[in-house]
Every structure is written in structure tokens, then in C-alpha cells.
Design a protein around this ligand. Structure first.
Ligand SMILES: NC(=O)C1=CN([C@@H]2O[C@H](COP(=O)(O)OP(=O)(O)OC[C@H]3O[C@@H](n4cnc5c(N)ncnc54)[C@H](O)[C@@H]3O)[C@@H](O)[C@H]2O)[C@@H](O)CC1
Ligand SMILES: [K+]
Length: 536
């Protein structure tokens, strides 16, 4: 599913209206109807049981009505529709008409004097007035929010600029403190449609009826938390226009994995396959104190389905690792007496890598004298895809690796927000301010496939595509979960997936496994990274 910015949405509106000749009012009608249908669906869910409606059917003669716009218990519902000055308000006015038609008592609350509405919104204002819908102007007329059962927020949409001002801010605050269910038209008012930052105040919706295409701000926190349940409804803008626009940000779903990324999500294995068919991962990582990171990544690679995994580790570590995972192959690479790595080990890693399909480095690697040279040799000397995580990212952050010899095979970086901050030379708060754009910019500038971890991980490609993953659970914020992801992505690469496929599918499956493990544990706080591997 496509994810767009407010500016892209404006262009799409324009192309539909001017290019295809579909009148703006028709799009607004579709939008308002979709919103009304979702409000009625919400009322039905809250009622739980819908009394069987008499549908006028007799034997041999059937007539069915507009079920999505009818509500058996409409008389019990009273909805406030908060109307802003722009087209978002226009959408709300259309929805109000449909709700009223369904028998729901509706009151319009204009945030600004209704005379100030223009264009299609003004037409809708007049239609609502002609239908006799009751209306008040906020600040001028009396309003008792407590007397209503729900609120439609049609104050601000993609045309909003900055924090809600004046009566908009007052209405948002009043709606939030009312405790009533709020349905937002397109985006919660007060949300930045692109970055997902929430202004003060911002609507906290139960449901957001997003129009036409997902907006970036709805997938990025904290906006993703303010939107409630998101329903994307088509309003007649063809998706071919998005493709033509060259927009390439997707919400990562099984359909996107299959149809956009051509991933075989069934993961069928050939009846004739053997361990050699599924590739061989080399993992370089682990020190005496952080041996677990190497172990978790290696095990996860195996569980992701690759044929063989060799864990390259400092000699001092070897006796402790033997037997810990019998399925693993171990390769000692010298190193220091205290079990840490040193720069000479690069030669051995390169030698091992020549025989493997993928090299992953970083989990539990630690820092050591000459580590930049070490990583540069691996970057320039490995002739297979490279996955870099943890300390390998910290090494990269301290050097301009764009001057390193370019590689024939892709590099995947998997930073968490702190590592991303170091890579990009900004604060973690800045990283989280617009994760999608930052990931897109970084991946393009540094020619890497970037996996920016955290709630709703972003996968960005050097070609300018991005995929936003929403599988996963807060329980996954636990030590080692990142090492598991590194292993999974490496394991998928070894099986022949390309960098984008492996990163996207790896992140998606990692999240699913985390959800499953968290359910199995009952108490999500108890989740450990190893549980994610076992849930694969
Ligand atoms: N044909 C179209 O253009 C369509 C537009 N649609 C709807 O229209 C919305 C976008 O409409 P608009 O571009 O008119 O913009 P909005 O309706 O989002 O709001 C813009 C108006 O709000 C006021 N405003 C902006 N920022 C404010 C702030 N911080 N505090 C107080 N007031 C502020 C300004 O008066 C401005 O005119 C979408 O989100 C969607 O709901 C949909 O109906 C689809 C079709
Ligand atoms: K809104």
C-alpha cells in the first residue's frame, strides 16, 4: 500500500481533477461517504449486536439496501461534527449529511464563521444548511459536548500548517477531554501529515479514516499512536497516478512483499534441495563479554533457513562456544589474549568470506585499535553481500566511508536510532523526528540498504524506495533482538534474496516472530531475544 506526503497528495488531487476531469466535489463526496460508513461501522461495533432490520424481502422478491449507511440503533446516536475551514471540513459536512440520513442526530460545529468557507467546502456548507442540519459556531453558540455519543474531527487535514491555532486548538482540547470516541477525517487534527510529529494539542482518535492513500505521518510515531485504528478508503484517485509520480514508499504488507518485492512468502523449499542449496553465512562478531550477540545472530541465521552458518570468533572464545549450538560451524580468527578482536583478524575473515555467500559483522564485535582499517578491508575485500550492525556501525560513523572503494555487492546497515544518530551526525531526537525521510536520504547518499530499527522499522534502498514495517511488539525492546534481526537478514540473503527483499522480509518476519513470542510468554516484559528465534 502506498504511503504519500501531503505535497504528493495535493499533486494527486490536482492530476485527478485537472488531468482526468473528475470534479473536486466528487472526490469530496466519496471522502465524506467513506467517513460516514466508518462511523456507522464503529457504532455497530460498539453496539455489538445489530438488531435484524426488516429488509422488505418476501419470498421470490429481494431488495437490499445500503447496509454500510444504515444503523439499526441510529436513534441512540448523537454525533458532533467539528468543521474546519478547508476541504477537510468539507469532507466532514458530506459525512454529516449521510449520518443524518441514517437517522443519527448530528450537530455541526464550525471552528470559524461558516461564511468564511470557500470552494467545495462552501457548497457542502450550503447543502447541509438546506437539509436543515443543526449547526453552531464555536465561541458564539452554546455547546454541550457531554450530550453527544461521538465526535467527527474534520478540522484540519493535509492542508494544516503548524500547531492548531485559536478555536481549532480549543475544539481539539475539548474533544480529547470529552472521553467520547473520536473519528478523524484523513488525519487527526494537530498531526503533521508527513513527519508524524504531534502538535499541541492533537486529536487522539479512536479511528482515522485516511483518504485515498496512507499519509507518512500516520505510520510514524507519535502520530501512529494518535491515529487509533486506521482505515484507508479509496475516494476515486487512481493508484496508477501514484506509480506515475514515481512515489516509492510502501506500507510493508504480505501483498507488497509478494507483488512489489517479488518475495516468495510461502518459503517453499525444493524437494531436491540440500544444505548447499540454501547458502552459507559467515558471521564475524562476539567477544568474551559479548559472546551472546554472535551466538544469537548465528542461531537466527540458521532459523531463517540458510543451509550453513560459520561463526568467526577470537581464539580465546572458542572453548566457551564449542557445543553451545551444535548446528553451528566455528572458525577461530586469532585476536587478543582477553578475547577481543584485533586488526590482523581481517585477513582471516576475508579468507573465510571467500567461501561463503554472505558476510555479517558487528554483533558483539567491540571496538579495538585499528578497527576502521579492519572494517575497510572487509568492506573492500569481501565479494558477497555484507550486513553490518552494532559496533561495525559505530566504526562507520567515525569515518567517511563513501571514499572506500565501491563494492560489487550490496551493503545492509541495521542501526537502531542511537546508532543512526551517530551515523548521520545528529541527535536521536532528530532521528525520530522524521524517520522515513532520514532513512530515504541516508540510503541514497551512502548507497546502502538501510534498516532503521525501532517501532515501525523503515527499510530504505539506495534507489529511493522505502518500506515501513508494522509487525512487532513493544516487548521486543530487549537486548539481543537486533542481533537476531542481523542473523535473519543474513540468512535470507544466503538463500538468494536480494538486499531489499532480505531486509524487508527479514524485518517483517522478525516482527511476526516477536508478536508470537510475546503472546506465548503471556507477560510481554518477560520476552528475551532467544524467544524470538524459537518463535520462528
Ligand atoms: N479535492 C481535494 O482537494 C480533496 C481534499 N480532501 C480533503 O481535504 C484535506 C485537505 O484540504 P485543504 O488543503 O483545504 O486543507 P485543510 O482542510 O487541511 O485545512 C486548511 C485550512 O485550515 C486552516 N489552517 C491551516 N493550518 C491551521 C492551523 N495550524 N490552525 C488553524 N487553522 C489552520 C487554513 O484556513 C486552511 O485554509 C485533506 O486532508 C482531505 O481531508 C479530500 O476530500 C479529497 C479531495
Ligand atoms: K482531521
Amino acid at each position: 500500500m502506498y504511503v504519500v506526503t501531503a505535497e504528493q497528495m495535493r499533486q494527486l488531487d490536482r492530476e485527478t481533477i485537472e488531468g482526468l476531469g473528475i470534479p473536486a466535489i466528487a472526490l469530496m463526496e466519496n471522502a465524506g461517504r467513506a467517513i460516514a460508513e466508518e462511523i456507522i461501522a464503529l457504532c455497530k461495533r460498539q453496539e455489538k449486536v445489530e438488531p435484524a432490520a426488516w429488509n422488505g424481502s418476501r419470498e421470490g422478491f429481494h431488495v437490499s439496501g445500503d447496509a454500510a449507511l444504515t444503523l439499526g440503533t441510529a436513534a441512540a446516536e448523537r454525533w458532533l461534527v467539528l468543521v474546519g475551514k478547508g476541504n477537510n471540513g468539507g469532507d466532514g459536512l458530506v459525512a454529516a449529511r449521510h449520518l443524518s440520513e441514517a437517522g443519527i442526530a448530528v450537530t455541526l460545529v464550525y471552528a470559524v464563521p461558516p461564511e468564511s468557507l470557500t470552494g467545495e467546502a462552501a457548497l457542502q456548507r450550503d447543502a447541509a444548511a438546506a437539509m436543515g442540519l443543526s449547526a453552531v459556531v464555536y465561541g458564539r453558540d452554546r455547546l454541550d459536548i457531554a450530550a453527544y455519543s461521538g465526535i467527527l474531527d474534520a478540522l484540519l487535514g493535509t492542508g494544516a500548517a503548524g500547531a492548531p491555532r485559536g478555536t481549532y486548538a480549543e475544539l481539539i482540547a475539548a474533544a480529547n477531554s470529552s472521553g467520547k470516541p473520536i473519528v478523524s477525517a484523513d488525519i487527526p487534527s494537530g498531526l503533521d501529515a508527513d513527519t508524524g510529529q504531534t502538535h499541541e494539542p492533537c486529536i487522539h482518535a479512536s479511528v482515522t479514516v485516511c483518504l485515498a492513500f496512507l499519509k507518512r505521518g500516520l505510520l510514524q510515531y507519535p502520530g501512529a499512536g494518535a491515529a487509533g485504528h486506521i482505515v484507508v478508503r479509496s475516494i476515486g484517485i487512481p493508484s496508477a497516478l501514484v506509480r506515475k509520480q514515481g512515489s516509492a514508499v510502501y506500507w510493508l504488507t504480505p501483498a507488497v512483499l509478494r507483488d512489489v518485492l517479488n518475495v516468495d512468502t510461502s518459503r517453499q523449499r525444493s524437494p531436491e534441495g540440500h544444505k548447499g542449496t540454501y547458502g552459507h553465512v559467515l558471521l564475524a562478531g562476539g567477544t568474551l563479554r559479548m559472546s551472546g550477540a554472535g551466538l544469537l545472530a548465528s542461531r537466527a541465521a540458521l532459523r531463517a533457513g540458510c543451509g550453513l552458518v560459520t561463526w568467526a570468533l577470537p581464539r580465546r572464545l572458542l572453548p566457551y562456544a564449542i557445543g553451545s549450538v551444535p548446528e553451528l560451524m566455528l572458525a577461530e580468527v586469532g585476536g587478543e589474549e582477553d578475547g577481543s578482536w584485533n586488526k590482523d583478524t581481517a585477513v582471516e575473515v576475508l579468507k573465510l568470506s571467500a567461501e561463503r555467500d554472505v558476510t555479517a559483522a558487528g554483533p558483539g564485535l567491540g571496538r579495538f585499535a585499528g578497527d576502521t582499517e579492519w572494517l575497510r578491508s572487509i568492506w573492500e575485500g569481501t565479494d558477497c553481500p555484507l550486513v553490518l550492525d552494532a559496533d561495525a556501525l559505530n566504526i562507520l560513523a567515525e569515518t567517511d566511508y563513501r571514499i572506500w572503494t565501491s563494492r560489487r555487492h550490496p551493503v545492509i546497515l541495521t542501526p537502531h536510532p542511537g546508532e543512526m544518530a551517530r551515523l548521520a551526525g545528529i541527535s536521536t531526537v532528530e532521528v525520530q523526528r522524521n524517520r522515513i525521510q532520514l532513512a530515504l536520504d541516508y540510503a541514497r547518499e551512502y548507497s546502502v540498504t538501510l534498516v532503521l530499527k525501532g517501532a515501525h522499522t523503515v527499510i530504505a534502498t539506495p534507489e529511493g524506495q522505502a518500506f515501513i514495517n508494522t509487525t512487532g511488539s513493544p516487548a521486543m525492546g530487549t537486548g539481543g533482538a537486533g542481533d537476531v534481526l542481523t542473523g535473519m537478514i543474513s540468512g535470507l540473503l544466503a538463500q538468494g534474496l536480494n538486499a531489499t527483499q532480505a531486509a524487508a522480509f527479514g524485518v517483517y518476519l522478525h516482527g511476526l516472530a516477536g508478536e508470537r513470542a510475546s503472546h506465548q510468554r503471556q507477560d510481554p516484559s518477560a520476552l528475551m531475544a532467544g524467544d524470538i528465534i524459537e518463535a520462528l
